[in-house]
Structure formats: C-alpha cells, structure tokens
Design a binder for this molecule. Structure first.
Ligand code: HEM
Length: 410
C-alpha cells in the first residue's frame, strides 16, 4: 500500500498482482496512510460496497475528525451530496436524481453526443491538418464529457471551461496526497463560486423551466431536497461525470490503436469499452468507513476506521478474470467493478458507456491514420488514473510544398 501511495501511479498493476497473491484484503500498518485495511479481491470489493455496515464519509463521521469542517465551503458542499451521505438521506437525494436522470434521458442524449463528437473531431482535424500534434486529452477526451454533462444539466457551453477550472481545484484537494492548507483554501473558494453559480441557475430554472436536468430536478424535487443539497449533488455529478469519463477516453485510445481489428468491427465496440473499463479503469480507489467494530476477511476493524477499496485491483483479480493482465474484449461474463456496486453504484454509468460506445467508433472512423505522437504524460493521481496529455497525429503524411500548400489526408 505504501508503494501505491508513493510511486505506483505510473503502473500499479504489478503491485496489484502482488496484493492478489496475499488474498483479498490486508491490514494497512503504514502510519502515513489513513487506512486500517485495503480490500482488493473482486468478490470482497463487491461485498464491502454492498454492505451497509461500511459507509461512505459523511458529516457524522467528519465531525470528530475535523471539528471545524463547517468553516470550509468545499466540505459543506460535498457533505450535502449523495456521494457523502448514507442511509435515508442518501436514499432521498439519490431517489430524486434517479427520478429525472432516467435511461430514457440518457437515450435522448445520443443525438447530442453524436453532434458534439462531430464538432470536436472537426476541430481536431483542423488543428492536426498539417501533421501537427494535437493533444487528444485537451481537445477531445475532456471536452466531450464536459460538454455532454453541461448539455444534460443545461449549462451554457461558454461556461464549461470555467467550470472545469473550479472543479480541478476541488479535485486537487480530494486527492489524498494533497491535503495542504493552501489546496483546501483554493478548493473552498472554488466551492463558493460554484455554489453561487448554481443557486443563480436554480432560481432561473425555477422561474422559467427549460428542457434540462436542473429544471426537472427543481420541478420534481418539491421539498424533497433543499437548494443547498441540490447544489452539492450538481457539483458532485458534474465533477464525477467528466473527471472520470475523460480517462475512459484517454485510457481507451492507446489500447484500441494497438488492436486494428476494432476498426473493421465497430459493432464490437461495446465489448472493447467494457474491457477498457476492466483493464485500465479511470477510478481506482474508494474509501469506506466501518460503522461499528467488525472484521473484514480476518482483518479486525474498529468503528470509524477506514478501508481503501481498490476497484482497479479487483478488475485484475485472477480469481475472477482468467489471465487478468491480458486485454481481451472477447471475455465471457466480463463485469468489471469500475462503476462500483450497491447503494452508491455510479449514477452515470449508462451515460459514460453511451458516450464511449458512440464516440470512440466515430474517432476511429474519422481518422484512419490516427497515431500516438510524442511522449504522453500520465496523471500523478491513482484515484483518477489516466493521461494529462496524449499527443496524437491524425494525418498519414505531411506534404507542405515550397509554396506552402498543405496536402495531407486524414
Ligand atoms: C467512466 C466513467 C465513470 C466511472 C469509472 C465512474 C465511477 C463511479 C464509481 C466507482 C462510483 C461509486 C463511488 C462509491 O461507491 O463510493 C460512482 C459514483 C457516482 N458517479 Fe460515476 N463514474 C463515471 C461516470 C459518471 C458520469 C458520466 C456521471 C454523471 C453524469 C457520474 C455520476 C456519479 C454520481 C453522482 C455518483 C455518486 C452516486 C452515489 O453516491 O449514490 N459518474 N461513479
């Protein structure tokens, strides 16, 4: 576990393989790590995520650990969301979101996903027309999920870049190795700005509803959730949607480029997407708190102690997946645990899958000569594993004549 916290972000998979040799869970004794145990076996991860005795961090748990938490806007906002609530409160907020964020709504987003993908690919084609490298992460992998969730919520396109800058400040603080005061202060300021923005938008949508999720939430919600709970959940939804899906797109691309067969069979893309989710999932670590003195696969835990739940490791568990380190889209019964399980199962799993299944074939079709460019840069987080930048070229040759005419084919 110490190795994972310090240097395992580049390639955690050899460490996961070592962990699997130890069983399904281990006690964590490294004093610099806040966890009492780590669980990484597929079945054990599935079980702990479904077990109400293991809760997510919530206001009740935060109180004794951080008595001044109410002075921090970022903590107050997050604690107002379903992601940081348990039991009835969680059920109440999640129930409202499920009422309006339905499979039908995801299906209705498909034309938007196709349109936004097309627009972004036009831009990538333009940027890369003369053989220039284009950063796939900045120009596509981030923009697509951010614009899709923006569209879902009803945020104007021109506000998306601002939103991401604010959400990044909050994500920096959520990374367990960056808990400095300056990082917390920056996250607090971002949370205040986002809260003001959403309160304003909620008031506008209440006065004049549009065809978007915020309008539907306001109408369906009545008094079920307070405006500040709405803000907390919208923040978490926006954050959880693009900061993970960006890495699904990023992690998928190199894997797909190594497998040209997928270009010939675009109908197999859903199986490839599931295998990308298993093989190199965007989100690797989740935290649970023991709600009472208990025992986890032989590891004794006291009430309040933390467990690191390693979904990225569970996806490589040799007890669940034959030859887990082989990328094999033809796997039978391939059910990665990348979207979690139980009460907090990812609310946006269907949207993330739809985005990847629609957009990745469009990328490959549009650019038959797409290739990776100069060195990619990885994120230095493990919680969200992916690329910071992933340079690509989209033309097969660069023909810039002496007269300056570019003639490069996509
Ligand atoms: C590949 C992309 C994604 C991955 C890997 C992912 C992964 C996850 C996981 C593992 C959880 C459970 C966390 C836990 O148990 O503590 C979760 C929760 C959540 N996700 Fe996603 N997610 C993705 C995309 C999305 C999208 C597109 C949305 C929204 C549009 C979204 C919204 C949420 C929300 C709101 C929760 C909290 C649910 C709750 O606490 O009840 N996610 N996600």
């Amino acid at each position: 576990m110490r190795a994972l916290a310090s240097g395992g972000t580049d390639d955690p998979y050899p460490l996961y393989a070592e962990l699997h040799r130890l069983g399904e869970a281990v006690p964590v004794t490294a004093p610099e790590l806040p966890y009492a145990a780590a669980v990484f076996g597929y079945r054990a991860v599935d079980r702990i995520l479904r077990d109400p005795a293991f809760e997510v961090h919530d206001a009740y748990r935060l109180e004794p650990m951080t008595p001044g938490w109410r002075d921090h806007a970022v903590l107050v906002t997050l604690m107002n969301s379903m992601m940081f609530s348990n039991g009835d409160r969680h059920g109440r907020m999640r129930g409202l979101f499920r009422k309006v964020f339905t499979p039908r709504r995801v299906q209705a987003m498909e034309p938007d996903i196709i349109r936004i993908t097309g627009e972004l690919l036009d831009r990538v084609a333009e940027l890369g027309a003369d053989g220039n490298e284009v950063d796939y992460m900045a120009e596509f992998a981030y923009l697509l999920p951010a614009r899709v969730v923006g569209r879902l919520l009803g945020l104007p396109d021109e506000d998306i870049a601002w939103f991401r800058s604010q959400v990044d400040l909050i994500n920096d603080w959520l990374d367990f190795r960056r808990k400095g005061f300056d990082v917390l202060e920056a996250a607090d300021e971002a949370a205040i700005r986002i809260t003001d923005y959403y309160l304003d938008l909620i008031a506008q949508r209440r006065a004049s509803p549009q065809q978007d999720l915020i309008s539907d939430l306001v109408q369906a919600g009545g008094h079920e959730v307070t405006d500040l709970e709405l803000v907390g959940n919208l923040l978490v939804l926006f954050n959880a949607s693009f900061s993970t899906t960006i890495h699904l797109f990023g992690n998928a691309l190199p894997l797909l480029l190594q497998r040209p067969a997928v270009r010939r069979t675009p109908e197999s893309m859903p199986a490839y997407v599931e295998e990308v989710l298993r093989f190199d999932t965007p989100a690797h670590v989740f935290i649970r708190v023991a709600s009472a003195d208990t025992e986890l696969l032989g590891v004794p835990l006291r009430e309040g102690e933390l467990v690191a739940v390693l979904t990225g490791a569970a996806n490589r568990d040799p007890r669940r997946f034959a030859a887990p380190d082989r990328f094999d889209p033809a796997r039978v019964d391939n059910q990665p645990i990348s979207f979690g399980a139980g009460a907090h199962y990812c609310l946006g799993a269907a949207l993330a899958r739809a985005e990847a299944q629609i957009a990745l074939p469009m990328v490959l079709e549009r650019f038959p000569h797409l290739a990776l460019g100069s060195a990619a840069v990885r994120t230095d987080q493990l919680i969200l594993r992916g690329y910071k930048s992933l340079p690509i070229t989209v033309t097969d040759r660069v023909l810039v004549t002496a007269g300056g005419t570019a003639d490069a084919s996509e």
